[in-house]
Design a protein around this ligand. Sequence first.
Ligand SMILES: *Cc1c(COP(=O)(O)O)cnc(C)c1O
Length: 393
Amino acid sequence: MTVTVSPTPTIKAQPVIPVMKPWLDETEAAAAADAVLSGWVAQGPRVKAFEAEFALSVGASHGIAVSSCTTALHLGLYAHGIGRGDDVLVPSLSFIATTNAARYVGANPVFADVDPITANVTVETLEAALTPATRAVIVVHQGGVPADVDAIAAFCRDRDVVMIEDAACSAGSRYKGNPVGFRSPLASWSFHPRKLLTTGEGGMVSVEDGDLAARLRRLREHGMSVSAADRHAAVGPVREGYLEVGFNFRMTDIQAAVGLVQLGKLSAMVQRRRSIVAAYQARLADVGVIRTVVDPPWGQSNFQSFWIEISRDSPATRDEVLAALAADGISARHGIMAAHRQPAYAGHPTGSLPGTDLITDHTLILPVFHQMTEDEQSRVVESLRRAVGAGAE
Ligand SMILES: *Cc1c(COP(=O)(O)O)cnc(C)c1O
């Protein structure tokens, strides 16, 4: 059915509410300027400091900064020797980089379904997707909601399968009382502005094993035995060796300077997002046709993405609700994508993925950003309630 939306002229005239906005100010600008004026703009001392502080904040022994979470995932699989002939279990319900990473190393991505409540893979969905050639699993903490990583780690250990965490969305989320990524064998992080903490573009690999950390550091920098920064800092000539074929996946010191400031704001970011989400949850609780994402029993989300499901009983479909929000100047988004439905994976063998299809077809993501005002949130709530015929609060 079609929904008649009649926005009043005053609502029309109001500025558009974005779905996300990074929380950046003069402090990040000054830090970036300092890096530029220092004369050292490539990977250097600021990257080193950012790696150490980020690792500390998530409870990891080592942090290796890279150019994105996509390259972090690629390196993680590569460093474990995953490649041709290997299957990698991934949720189709994720940003497409999760699946692409398997392809980059020549491996075959195998789609696992997700639980429709958490939008994450579970031991059951992984078990159903498992093949004799499975050598790795990429566990995504989707939208910031922590997956049940202890259970999945045990599942992987029993089968001699490598577990890689795609923690792109989940800096600041918590699992069983610790930060997501705490003592993780390998977790990949994103600092794209769509996530909480941003460096423009950027990523990190966090690991426990010191030898693996040293190799990852080398691999992200052409396989060089001495980093360019160390070589530059040395007084005498240092001859580097190229120990294996590596990549250029480096982060710049300008990005790391911004990242260091952002890291100091992370807990405030999470707190603010969680309070905005709590208000949404309370103000939509009486709307039967809307289900909101919630914390799982084992942790707390940073609510990087606050999604809601529009049930089949709703008088307006998900797409009609999105159109109504857009007409009111609210920039909401379709829910999380599903790689198996994209042209890039047309013809790729896929089993039935009911949880994935449900989330991708029936959810949408509402605006949540640090600077969001009460008025802005009220506009979203009112527009949404009107769109699904729920009446005023
Ligand atoms: C954003 C995202 C990525 C990609 O991160 P980039 O830093 O942009 O490469 C990977 N996986 C998930 C789950 C993401 O949300």
